[in-house]
Design a protein around this ligand. Structure first.
Ligand code: ZN
Length: 431
């Protein structure tokens, strides 16, 4: 146990200081996709092309790049209190795209951004840190600087156009445009704290009150404001609460988690946040009790089984961990992070058949959503050329060209010239 943590720690955490961290989590990505899909569709972006990136940064910010890549900051998610307001923020950002305001973020800047991004899964990432809350994902926040890049560039006119477009998109998507009003009201309420913390040259968004008034005027002129059924609003709000609870459970300090979700709060969201915080703090028994309650209440929710798998793994109870992840995967179609977690535990347990199952899982992850960790596990569960090639890909994804080439050369020596490993290693050597 200890050994794998140390190895993972050294390979994953050494490059983090200068990078932005992207959080990779199936549950969060899927729930956000559901929330913003209506406005994305209204902006003519099909679901197959929409990609959500969660940036681990406390800024109250989001941006859209290339019309289809939606970057949402954890600071925004933690603070925005309902899904319709989040949808309005994304609609605003899509408004910049439609208005052609994104020209200043060049391809080169985008490449640079993607190159320096570290992709970090919540559950697995936490295990990687050995369950030590101070080494957890939270401490990696705030290193990005992308917030500045995206916010600096818009003029007052562009902001106003994007706000107008956001209202149009919300209405077109049959969503209540007052979500935008809620965002401005929230921004206004927190502006003291917000603006004192940020770099002064970032504050060029037109005054929030001006934008608030513009939006109110425009919405006031609408003939009809789309309204959802109360039951639908409640369902959506509850789902969003779970998503926020998860993020807060992983990213906030124990103290903050308990302040936001006191023990008197018996909602699923509160139990979820506390169970995650308990797990991070090493109180596995309490974490497990909470998670079992969630599973009892929601027997078909794959993500609670995922959390149970994480907890059991931390106990070193590999069999129970594997069983929980397998159950989770039965309840959800293709979930790269859960598949990765299971592969990691299998590679560690190493019973007969574990390596081949882990290999199958890694290959599936790499096909759908390649990650350094998936390559790293693949290297552990394969041999010879295949293993060396997987390590080459791992280093390549971590921008360690020297080691990537070293392993690619070793892989080529051990592989047949027409094998996929040989060919893919050749691609790395050409870089
Ligand atoms: Zn804007």
């Amino acid at each position: 146990m200890k050994k794998i943590f140390m190895i993972l720690f050294s390979v994953f955490f050494t490059t983090i200081a200068n990078s932005a961290t992207l959080i990779n989590d199936t549950e969060i990505e899927r729930k956000i996709t559901q929330i913003i899909m209506p406005v994305a569709n209204a902006a003519k972006i099909p679901e197959s092309r929409l990609k959500i990136y969660i940036v681990n940064d406390d800024s109250f910010n989001a941006f859209v790049r290339g019309g289809e890549d939606v970057f949402i900051y954890t600071g925004l998610l933690k603070q925005i209190k309902n899904p319709n307001a989040l949808r309005a923020v994304v609609a605003h950002e899509l408004g910049h795209t439609i208005g052609g305001h994104m020209v200043q973020m060049s391809q080169r800047m985008h490449d640079e951004l993607m190159r320096t991004m570290i992709i970090q899964a919540l559950g697995v990432g936490l295990m990687v840190a050995g369950g030590n809350p101070t080494a957890g994902v939270g401490v990696m926040a705030g290193a990005s600087g992308i917030a500045q890049q995206s916010m600096l560039s818009f003029s007052r006119d562009e902001e106003r156009m994007a706000d107008d477009m956001a209202i149009d998109l919300m209405v077109k998507a049959n969503q209540n445009p007052n979500g935008l009003i809620e965002v401005f009201e929230q921004m206004r309420d927190m502006s003291g704290e917000f603006e004192s913390r940020v770099n002064p040259n970032r504050i060029n968004h037109p005054l929030t009150s001006e934008r608030l008034n513009n939006a109110k005027t425009k919405i006031g002129k609408l003939k009809k404001i789309p309204q959802k059924k109360d039951t639908e609003i409640t369902r959506e709000n509850n789902e969003y609460e779970i998503l926020r609870a998860k993020l807060i459970g992983y990213l906030d300090t124990d103290k903050n988690v308990i302040a936001k979700y006191p023990y008197s709060n018996k909602s699923d969201a509160a139990i979820y946040a506390r169970a995650i915080a308990n797990m991070r703090g090493g109180d596995l028994d309490t974490a497990k009790t909470g998670t079992k309650t969630l599973i009892k209440r929601n027997p078909n929710n794959p993500y609670y089984y995922e959390l149970l798998g994480d907890i059991e793994y931390q106990y070193g109870a590999y069999d129970d961990s594997v069983a929980a992840y397998e159950q989770s995967l039965k309840l959800i179609k293709s979930a790269p992070q859960i598949e990765t977690a299971l592969a990691l535990v299998l590679s560690e347990r190493n019973k007969p058949g574990d390596k081949s199952r882990a290999k199958e899982l890694c290959k599936s992850v790499i096909l759908h959503e390649p990650s350094p960790l998936a390559y790293w596990i693949l290297a552990r569960v394969t041999d010879d050329g295949e293993s060396d090639w997987a390590m080459a890909e791992f280093y390549n994804m971590n921008n360690d060209t020297k080691n990537a080439k070293k392993y690619a050369k070793m892989a080529q020596k051990k592989s047949a010239k027409d094998s996929p490993e040989y060919i893919k290693s050749g691609d790395i050597l050409k870089n």
